[in-house]
Design a protein. Structure first.
Length: 87
C-alpha cells in the first residue's frame, strides 16, 4: 500500500493495527546512521512480532532530510529493506 499525506498514512496504520488485532510489537535491535549535509541514511535492524505470527527480523532502510528550520524529516520509509527485492 502506498499512503501519501497524513490522512492516508493514519488510515494505513489503523488498518495494520486492526489486521494484527492491536498486538503488533516492534523493537529496534541496532541502528547505524550515515549522515552528510542535509541527508541521512538510516540502516536499522528491527524485530517484529504479533499474536499468531512468528518473530521476524527486518533490515529497514530510511532516508531523512533536514528541512530549512533544521528539523529532520523522513522522506523514504522502507521498513522491509532489501526484502522488497524478493531475494
Amino acid at each position: 500500500m502506498n499512503a501519501v499525506g497524513k490522512v492516508q498514512i493514519r488510515k494505513a496504520f489503523e488498518a495494520i493495527a486492526a489486521h494484527f488485532e492491536h498486538t503488533l510489537d516492534i523493537k529496534q535491535a541496532g541502528m547505524e546512521i550515515l549522515e552528510t549535509g542535509d541527508t541521512a541514511l538510516v540502516l536499522s535492524k528491527t524485530l517484529v512480532s504479533a499474536k499468531g505470527h512468528p518473530l521476524q527480523e527486518r533490515k529497514a532502510t530510511y532516508v531523512f532530510r533536514k528541512d530549512a528550520s533544521g528539523v529532520w524529516v523522513c522522506v523514504i520509509d522502507n521498513s522491509y529493506g532489501h526484502d522488497l527485492l524478493g531475494v
